[in-house]
Design a binder for this molecule. Structure first.
Ligand code: DGJ
Length: 732
């Protein structure tokens, strides 16, 4: 890993990846190259831009408006005289080992300075004094760089930012396919791909968070790129507010890809001397297909984003009461459920929505974070002590950013709810949103939640957020600063998360926003796991988890086994199918265990013994997709560490007269030998067992694979699953 500056060219490189920029004769910064490692460390005069009068085709590093580049800019400003022309010219740069934190924002980090190197380039607009600092951090161990920008007003009059993106990248050609996560509530993380076409293609959010409909992630791959071969890039924004990810291609072949805070409804006033930090964007590169791209994202998020004591610790198997009881519970019921959970081997009992105020449905009490003594006569502390007394840990659901119209908090502080004076507020799920951009509200929430968390042995918090923002406006902001609302809201959420995680470092935080409405790397810096989707159907989860795994590692998501018929789809799937789908992540149960048949309870105990024995690999192992569920016949995932590999095979819809399936494994040492066994939940007797099991070479497992014959696949009907356990037995 190194960052060089020679002959006006910056070259950031490590073993796999090179990123080059050049200071052009007019002082602007041109983009030269982003891709597989270029071996020579000296300058590349024949690559990249040459200065022509046609600025509209030059590849720029951080494009601006007003001087001949008519493509999308990375930043747009308005000066006090009403003008918007910016001409940033290279002034100086700094190179150092390690990387700096970003003030007020979650950021990637390195433990040791030798893990990364950082370049900061100052670009100055001489007329206005606006300084744009571009940050680039390259990792030692991954083909990845982190980018962001800081805009500082060093002039004498205010500057208003209308757009300030984290990064822009001008690619020399547009032969790329762009992939984004699209979806809806209960249908998150569906990958949608399209070719770059002339014009602008974008995903963005305006909801105050990413929303279920999109995610701050962009995949770029070559048309021929597959799982194990070909070029791909991924961009991910470390941010939980409104974002934009866009690509623009024109009549020439180049493509401009950008990512950052959504400029729609955004503005920010910089007084003289003030600066604005944009969130970090992570760019991952692979020239070995999508598997390798995902592995890099997973490692970077696990090792350089997740923090705190829970970062590497085994995550507990939990029972969440939500789908088991919804709002209809009392202490006796919860204790009965907890006892049944404990019996089966569950480790953590989580009390979901409905424990506070007078909340018997979703129409009241958000903001009143005091136990409902009708349901919990001894309060949260009493319940928590009884549950921990059984040998379980105790966890609790909160939705701190919200306020119900029917609540004591709203009676006392109606002005704390976001809204525009004189206009009605829109209710969603019968609730309003607290103005998290106001520091006194964040401080109030910190104090009341600290009291709650100190009052009982609570070791887990599920932090939910069940609606989007509407009528964006803050009573704290001057009219000309209302464009700052969305970003300040996000900063307020980070502030509260930061204070609580610091004050209660032993608590495992799980983020949630009606499922995957705010599942992003910004939140992951505080909450190392998140609830991917409210869809708990095993079949659907396979699609959702497969999609999410492109960017996010399995230990970043909670995955629950729920009852059948499934509450979202009405579908019947077998218990082992649901359980095995949930093994690949942080396993939980979300049902009423007192209603399970004795045989199912017995089975669950067996599943839990198996999961716990292999938990480290399921949660922390290298996760690889073997077969995506798109064709609805079967799907398969694999997780491995140095000594074992676990393969989850999921038959989805049975097909008559289908041929055998050859499931080639990945990432095994082809020179080593492995012992293959199959774990058969529920006493299945696959008739090809003898074919796959036994002592086998890594080469045959990778090149030929496991074989599942047609009769076995047809006989078991729909939704059959099993796990192959592949242990390394002998050095190759
Ligand atoms: C939405 C979450 O995603 C659910 O799991 C549950 O916690 C409900 N909110 C509770 O209101």
């Amino acid at each position: 890993m190194a960052i060089l500056f020679e002959q006006n060219e910056f070259h950031l490189y490590n073993e796999w990846f090179s990123y080059l920029m050049r200071v052009l004769p007019d002082g602007s910064l041109g983009q030269v190259y982003c891709g597989a490692r270029l071996r020579s460390s000296s300058a590349y005069p024949l690559l990249g831009p040459v200065l022509t009068p046609d600025r509209d085709t030059l590849p720029f590093e951080y494009p601006v408006t007003g001087s001949g580049d008519y493509r999308l800019p990375a930043c747009a400003v308005r000066f006090a005289d009403g003008s918007s022309v910016v001409d940033p010219v290279y002034k100086t740069h700094r190179i150092y080992n390690g990387k700096a934190a970003v003030e007020g924002l979650p950021a990637l980090y390195v433990d040791q300075e030798s893990d990364a190197a950082t370049l900061e380039i100052d670009m100055v607009d001489a007329v206005s004094g606006l300084t744009i600092t571009l940050f680039y951090t390259i990792f030692e161990h991954y083909p990845a760089i982190i980018r962001r920008s800081r805009l500082c007003n060093q002039g004498t009059t205010p500057v208003v930012l209308h757009k300030a993106l984290s990064m822009s990248l001008d690619l020399p050609d547009s032969e790329w396919i762009m992939g984004t996560f699209t979806g809806a509530w209960t249908q998150e993380f569906h990958l949608v791909e399209r070719r770059f076409e002339p014009g602008i293609q974008a995903v963005s959010s305006t909801k105050g968070g990413p929303g279920h409909q999109q995610n701050p992630f962009l995949l770029l791959r070559r048309p021929q790129t597959g799982d194990s071969t070909g070029e791909a890039m991924g961009l991910s924004l470390i941010y939980s507010g409104n974002f934009l990810a866009s690509a623009e291609t024109g009549y020439r072949t180049s493509a401009r890809v950008q990512m950052g805070i959504n400029p729609d409804q955004f503005s920010w006033t910089l007084e003289p001397g003030a600066d604005f930090n944009t969130p970090e964007a992570l760019l991952v590169y692979s020239d070995a297909g999508l598997d390798s791209l995902s592995h890099t994202f997973h490692s970077v998020f696990r090792n350089h984003l997740m923090r705190g004591v829970w970062k590497d610790r085994d995550r507990p198997v939990l029972l969440n009461n939500w789908e088991g009881t919804y709002f209809n519970f009392n202490e006796a019921k919860l204790l009965e459920m907890a006892a049944a959970a404990k019996d089966m081997g569950i480790e953590l009992f989580v009390l979901d929505d409905g424990w506070f105020g007078q909340r018997d449905s979703d129409n009241s009490s958000l903001g009143d974070w005091f136990p409902d003594h009708r349901k919990l006569p001894d309060g949260i502390a009493g319940l928590a002590h009884k549950i921990t007394g059984m040998g379980l840990s105790f966890g609790l659901w909160i939705e701190p950013e919200m306020i119900s119209r029917v609540s004591k908090l709203f009676d006392a502080h109606p002005d704390w709810a976001v809204g525009v004076p004189g206009r009605p507020r829109t209710e969603q799920r019968q609730q309003y949103v607290l103005d998290m951009s106001r520091p006194e509200i964040v401080t109030y929430l910190f104090s009341i939640l600290s009291e709650l968390l100190s009052s009982a042995p609570i070791s887990y918090i599920k932090w939910d957020m069940n609606r989007a923002l509407t009528e964006p406006y803050s009573l704290d902001l001057q009219p000309e600063r209302q464009g700052e609302f969305f970003h300040r809201y996000c900063l307020g959420v980070y502030d509260l998360y930061g204070r609580l995680t610091k004050a209660f470092p032993h608590i495992l935080f799980e983020s949630c926003a009606g499922g995957g409405g705010r599942f992003d790397p910004g939140i992951m810096a505080f909450a190392p796991q998140g609830w991917l989707s409210d869809d708990t159907d095993g079949f659907e989860r396979i699609r959702i988890q497969t999609g999410a795994s492109l960017c996010y590692p399995p230990n970043s998501w909670g995955s629950h086994v729920s009852a059948v018929p499934n509450h979202q789809t009405g579908r019947m799937t077998s218990l082992p199918f649901r359980a095995i789908a949930a093994f690949f992540g942080n396993l939980g149960f979300e049902l009423d265990p007192t209603k399970l048949q004795p045989e199912d309870k017995k089975q669950i105990s067996i599943y839990l013994d198996f999961y716990k024995k292999h938990r480290r690999v399921f949660q922390q192992g290298t996760f690889t997709r073997l077969r995506n569920p798109d064709r609805h016949d079967y799907a398969a995932w694999q997780v491995s560490d140095a000594s074992e590999t676990l393969v989850g095979f999921f038959k989805l819809l049975a097909q008559p007269n289908s041929g055998p399936v050859y499931m080639r494994l990945k990432d095994l040492d082809q020179a080593a030998r492995y012992n293959v066994s199959v774990w058969e939940p529920g006493g299945y007797e696959p008739n090809d067992k003898a074919v796959n099991c036994g002592n086998r070479g890594g080469d045959e497992l990778v090149r030929s694979g496991l074989v599942l014959d047609s009769s076995y696949r047809t006989k078991q009907g729909d939704f059959f699953a099993e796990v192959f356990v592949i242990e390394r037995v002998q050095e190759g």
